[in-house]
Design a protein around this ligand. Structure first.
Ligand code: FMN
Length: 211
């Protein structure tokens, strides 16, 4: 086990934060790590809006809570317990020391258009996913960086419910889309237990394994 493997295995989604602010340099490092991710044709279709001002983070969390509340009545009784979980995991970041809004510029077919047009060449869904895949890699780099710097971090999609409000608060213009959020903070103490992972036999097939 080396340090990189340990960092990957120790990373957890952490949703509790102590109140001290995060040193600005650590946030700069995390953005640099995000930007170091691989991307198709090195097109780097990402931007990172780093919110360090707690009142802005609280405002975003309040917008998410208001949106979640406004649709609560429409939730079918059978789905209410799930919805309560969703609400809890959508707004916990109101105590975060920083919030990174990760933006994605959807990949168009302009790049290498002469190739995209050839019948049989990347005609299926794989063609369109490069942008999302590399955003995922960028987010993971940030999460692993946070782990190595001793910060709590959690990637989130639930706050997307208030994407219009976040766009307005952060002046996010098209073609940029909000891909995800990463809440960050200083640790409070105990770390969450690792959630169960599926057994290797269920998720992997080794072809050519020695007899
Ligand atoms: C794309 C994505 C979206 C997620 N969205 C949320 C979210 O909105 N709220 C939340 O509390 N956790 C969110 N999570 C964290 C997952 O719940 C967490 O990764 C999973 O339970 C496994 O736990 P671990 O990260 O500690 O290994 C998200 C994770 C990913 C990768």
């Amino acid at each position: 086990m080396n340090e990189t493997i340990a960092t990957i295995l120790n990373r957890r989604s952490e949703r509790c934060f102590s109140p001290e602010s995060i040193p600005h340099e650590k946030l700069v490092t995390l953005v640099e790590l995000g930007a170091a991710a691989p991307s198709p044709l090195n097109n780097q279709p990402w931007r990172f809006v780093v919110i360090e001002k707690r009142p802005v983070i609280e405002e975003i969390a309040a917008a998410v809570e208001a949106k979640a509340g406004s649709i609560a009545d429409k939730i079918d009784r059978s789905a209410r317990a799930d919805y309560a979980d969703y609400r809890r995991n959508a707004v916990f970041f109101n105590t975060a020391g920083a919030l990174i809004v990760v933006l994605l510029k959807p990949m168009t077919s302009e790049a290498r258009e002469h190739l995209w047009g050839v019948p049989g060449f990347f005609e299926n869904e794989r063609r369109a996913r490069g942008d999302l895949l590399c955003i995922g890699a960028a987010c993971q780099n940030i999460l692993l960086g946070a782990e190595s710097l001793g910060l709590s971090a959690c990637m989130m999609l639930y706050p997307l419910i208030a994407s219009e409000e976040v766009r307005a608060l952060c002046a996010i213009e098209p073609p940029w889309e909000i891909a995800s959020f990463i809440a960050l903070g200083n640790r409070t103490g105990d770390r969450p237990k690792p959630p169960k992972r599926r057994a290797l036999e269920r998720i992997a097939k080794f072809i050519g394994e020695a007899e």
